[in-house]
Structure formats: C-alpha cells, structure tokens
Design a protein around this ligand. Structure first.
Ligand code: GLA
Length: 449
C-alpha cells in the first residue's frame, strides 16, 4: 500500500511540474548569433563592409574571435539590463533594427562578451548604505545575468576613495555632517572603527558571492603619482585614519587589511586584484605600484594581479604603455617566490578600456560631428592596443580585456570631465558597430594565427 501511495505521489508531483512548465533555459550565446559564421579573415573583411547594429543576429560575436586568447568583457549598469530576456525575440535575420535601441544594447551585451562588470551597483556605497543595511538586489541580478549569458563576473570594487559609504568614516554612523566637518571637529571614525566596518562588509559581500564572482578589484585607485593617496589630494581618508600600523614608514596598511579580509572570506581560489589608472603612461605611478605590491607580497599579502583601467586617448603611446605593463608583469617573479603554491597565478587585466577622442586641436570642443576618418583613426589605435595586449596574452600575462561600456551613447566620457559628445567605444549612438569593432576582431585574428 505504502508503495502505491509513493508512486501516486511521485506521479502527481511530476504532472504538477509539467503543467506549471519549467522555465525555459535559453542559451543566449547561441540564440543571439548566427551559428554558421566562420570567424575567418575573409568573412571579417566582407562583413566589415556591411552595416550592423550591435545586437544583430548576423554580426559575429566578439568573444569568439578571442577564444583561446583571453576573455572579453564589458561593464554595464543594471538599468541597461533590466528585463534582459526581452533581447531575445527579435531580428534573427538581421533585416534591420527591429528592436529598440535599449534592446540592441542588451542583445549586444549578451552576445559579444564573456566577462561582465557591474559599473556602479557593486560599489560599497550602493551595497552598504547604512550600518547593518545591505542592498544586494542589483548584484543578485548581475549574478543571474552572468549565469544566463555564461559569462565570468568581475566584482568592482570595494575599497576606494569615491563611491564608498560616508558613514564608514564617521565616529557616529548617524552623524549628518560632512566628512570635512567631522575632520575639523575631531569626529571622524577611529582606526579600529573603520577597520571593523570595512572588514564586516568585505566578509558579508565575499561570503554571499563566493561561488559566483571569482575575481575582485579589492582596492581601486589607492595611488596617485607619488604614492598612497592622502586627504589633501582628493579627500581620501583611508590613509589618514588607518595609517601606518606596522610602523614600516608607509601609511598604506588599509590596503593590506582589505586584501587579508577578502582572502579570509573569499578563500584561496579567489582572484584578488588591485586596480588603477594612468599606469598606462605614468612611469612614476607604475613604479609606485610595483614597489608597494612587492613590499606587501614580501609580507605575505597575496595580491593576484593588477588591473590597468585603460581610459586612454586616441593619441595613446602604445610602446610606453607596453613598457609599463612589462614592469608590472615582472611582479610575477616576486609573487612566485612568495607564494610558490600559486606559481603562475599573477596576472594583468585590462579592466576599463575606452578611448577619449577629444585630443589635439579639438581637445576643448564639446559637440563635434565625428567623421569616418576619425573612426578609422580610432580603429587603428584600437588595433595597435589590442595587438599589444594580446602579445601579453600570448605569454600568459593578460587574461582579460574589459570595455567600459558598449557604445558611444552610454559612456561616462560624455559627461567627464565636461558635457560633450565623445565617441569612445565600439558602437556609435545608433548602436551601429564602428570600424573599431572590426579592428579589435582583426587584432584577435592576427594572434590566433
Ligand atoms: C573609474 C572607476 C570606475 C568608473 C569610472 C568612470 O575608472 O574605477 O568604476 O567609475 O571611473 O565611469
């Protein structure tokens, strides 16, 4: 009798599941791109003569050109990806823009990239707005999108002087005064308070996403051209509050504390990186990064790599940039010596690549109409750069190139340092792919041989 009841229960359960309908699992990487494309040079040359929107089915998927070389990533904000599944039922035959611009962006993100970064909503001010309050809804969505599109996720970023919760730095977390006033009034947080708050947050964050986000920019922009950032440079209070705990003459102990907390919560397999800008051309900053990391590694702090943000300009000096990557890449010798069990694990990643077009005679212009000639010049620079990055990928140094956005309309370079119409990325404002898209693909093909 018991057996019959068990069988009937199982049957009923199965029928319920079938009638409710299991959610359909969509393979976006396959569904959004024509699977008969060959990714050959001949095909690239002929397709690059045609006009494609970034999400078109007939447009090759950028990451496919990089297979076997490195990951290709993109940063987006969660509002660009709400209802990302809308991207699917569209324009399979690439007959034109049958989907909205927003859906082109979604489709473009899903089809071209195999590494994702959440542009703003994983930053600490967003996730930990008040003591004991965690806001992880957007980050959860990010994880869901990553799974749906079979993409690796980079966590960006935890310890920074910008987009960090102000309450972390105040003795009373509910104090409504500005940090400048707290500093004048002597009501800033103590070193112990700040350490406790950042450690608690890191533990909460890393524990929650341990299985889904395996690479983190633990620290962002801690250096300026001379060394560790100070309050006088840009209001960074980290160094001033936590200071030089080990008395070695360097007030950058907060960096070590953050990495140690992240390692503790994230585990040995987590890739923990430090990210910064201007190392692309500024030797003094590159040297400062090298010296700081060498010192920390020799103390036992395992830092698995350096992110070059790579907000560069169309007149970027690629050879200078190459030399600075070489310098940082040579830290792998120190890493291998200090952490022999993890030998070969040190890496460089290109984390926020985009290209400012306002240089030279037009540097101060605002609303400029870009010509095909400008786009070709940009494509040449993208080719040169990606070709250089891939020399390092060939040597196992660079394992990821991440673009800071999909298209010229959705780029921070339209508002920073002032309002203007920049043209920084691989698709234009109408989501039509630019010569730069094909140049990047061509550089990858060159390295695939
Ligand atoms: C820096 C940060 C990024 C982002 C960009 C501007 O490079 O690391 O998170 O804020 O600036 O969009």
């Amino acid at each position: 009798m018991k057996k019959i009841i068990a069988i009937l229960t199982a049957l009923a359960l199965t029928l319920t599941l079938v009638s409710c309908g299991e959610p359909e699992i969509i393979d976006y990487k396959t569904e959004l791109t024509d699977q008969s494309l060959t990714y050959s040079e001949e095909e690239l040359e002929s397709l690059s003569q045609q006009e494609f929107h970034i999400g078109d089915y007939g447009l090759p998927a950028l990451y496919k050109y990089f297979e076997g070389l490195c990951s290709v990533g993109v940063a987006f904000t969660s509002n660009q990806m709400y209802d990302y599944d809308l991207a699917l039922p569209y324009d399979k035959k690439a007959e034109g823009p049958k989907i909205t611009v927003g859906d082109q962006v979604k489709a473009g993100i899903l089809k071209h990239y195999n590494m994702y970064v959440l542009g703003n909503e994983l930053k600490s001010d967003h996730c930990n707005p008040a003591e004991g309050v965690y806001n992880f809804d957007d980050a959860d969505k990010f994880v869901e999108i990553g799974k749906a599109a079979n993409a690796q996720l980079r966590g960006h970023t935890i310890v920074w002087h910008s987009q960090v919760p102000q309450w972390w730095f105040k003795a009373d977390p509910n104090d409504q005064s500005t940090l400048a006033d707290c500093r004048t009034n002597g009501t800033l947080a103590s070193s112990d308070q700040l350490i406790e708050r950042v450690t608690t947050y890191i533990t909460e964050l890393m524990t929650r996403y341990k299985d889904d986000i395996k690479i983190w920019d633990v620290c962002n922009e801690v250096l300026n051209g001379n060394g560790i950032r100070q309050y006088s440079d840009d209001g960074s209070l980290w160094s001033e509050i936590i200071g030089d705990l080990d008395g070695n003459g360097y007030a950058d102990d907060y960096v070590e504390i953050a990495f140690n907390a992240a390692r503790e919560a994230g585990g040995e397999d987590m890739v923990l990186m430090i990210n910064d800008f201007n190392m692309e051309w500024q030797d003094s900053k590159t040297n400062a990064m090298y010296d700081m990391l060498e010192r920390m590694m020799r103390k036992g702090v395992r830092i698995d790599g350096v992110g070059f943000q790579s907000h560069i300009s169309v007149d970027n000096n690629v050879e200078l940039y190459r030399r600075n990557i070489e310098k940082i890449a040579s830290l792998s010798e120190v890493y291998d010596e200090c952490f022999p069990e993890y030998k070969g694990n040190f890496r460089v990643e290109i984390t926020e690549l985009d290209m400012n077009m306002f240089v030279g005679a037009i540097a101060d212009e605002g609303f400029y109409t870009w010509s095909m000639e400008d786009y070709e010049r940009q494509a040449d620079k993208y080719f040169e750069l990606v070709d250089m990055f891939l020399d390092f990928a060939d040597e196992g140094v660079i394992d990821a190139i991440v673009f800071w956005g999909t298209d010229d309309e959705n780029s921070w370079l339209n508002t920073t340092p002032k309002l203007r119409r920049n043209a920084a990325l691989l698709a234009d404002r109408d989501m039509i792919v630019k010569p730069a898209f094909w140049a990047v693909a061509r550089a990858a093909l060159k390295h695939r041989g």
